[in-house]
Write a protein that binds this ligand. Sequence first.
Ligand SMILES: [Zn+2]
Ligand SMILES: [Zn+2]
Length: 341
Amino acid sequence: MRLRCPSCGSRSCVNSAERVIEAAPTLYAKCPSCNDLVLDKTNRIDLTDISFDDLKCKNCGRKPLDAVMAQILAVSAEPNKNRPKLTLRQVGTPLLSPGVPTYAPPHIGYQNLLLLTKQQIIADASNLILRDIPEVRGVIYGDMKRVIGLANRHAAPHTCRVLAGCDMRADLVTSAYGQILMYKSQSKIHIEHDNAVKMTKLGTLPIAGRVVLDALAGPGTLGLMSVLMGAQKVVLNDAWLPAVENAYLNLQVNREILGLRTLSRAPVAKKAPSRAPNLFCTATTDHAIIELYHGEFEEFNIQDSGVDLVLLDPFPDTEPYFKALSKEIRNKHPKIHMVCI
Ligand SMILES: [Zn+2]
Ligand SMILES: [Zn+2]
């Protein structure tokens, strides 16, 4: 049975990891009947001669990415339809849903694109875009240069606004140890760009047989990959509740791949008196225990946790703070290996 989407409640948003991994190699590939279209992204374009119906492949039903973006522009630009003021790049950031590696300009199928925009003209047309362009899964409004989520413990969280459709999307993450599928409520979770670099660094660490703390876990990428890498115990922690909820969903989505035997929510705790981490859920495999916490890393009782290795994946602007904090912890607990990913 398909999982219910925590963002919109439907059963069409969340797939199992195995299903996406199986489909990934050809998900955005063009078939022999597909149309090609590559448009200028940085200059104003003339939409007069583009027939969006003709660009949809009669065989596989996909459209070139540029055609979908141009159609978004056309729907938004009415009545100025043929000579829109925006360039394609200014329309926004198209996020493939799910995000899997592509080796050629992608061809987009039904609901495989989530648009992140900061253009008011696009925002105003978001319901029309969703109604008229079947490839679009959702439209989110916000500034993609800012950190989405909880940038640090003193900052108020910054989120984007879901204007139409659903913001739930996944990225396929690959390491030498396998692949996992990471869902995120994209209006509330920072966009990852360089998972490959992080996975390469993670692959060099002594994780097999260790107790690993993924201290700023977000949706859980490093922690879940550590399970595949043979950690004896993985503790995931994050201060941002939407990230913790995404990590819980990702345990369910990757259940088979991780080899989970059990997965259970912790009893809902009464409002904690401090910001100390509260247990959110636990899971077990034949070889490992997984615990997921919601709370601040600074309040985590590292002394009694039995942790061998702490992974820190901070946002760029909080990196100096967490580097200093890791140094402090290393001085106090010389046996704990602290790594900034
Ligand atoms: Zn949804
Ligand atoms: Zn085709």
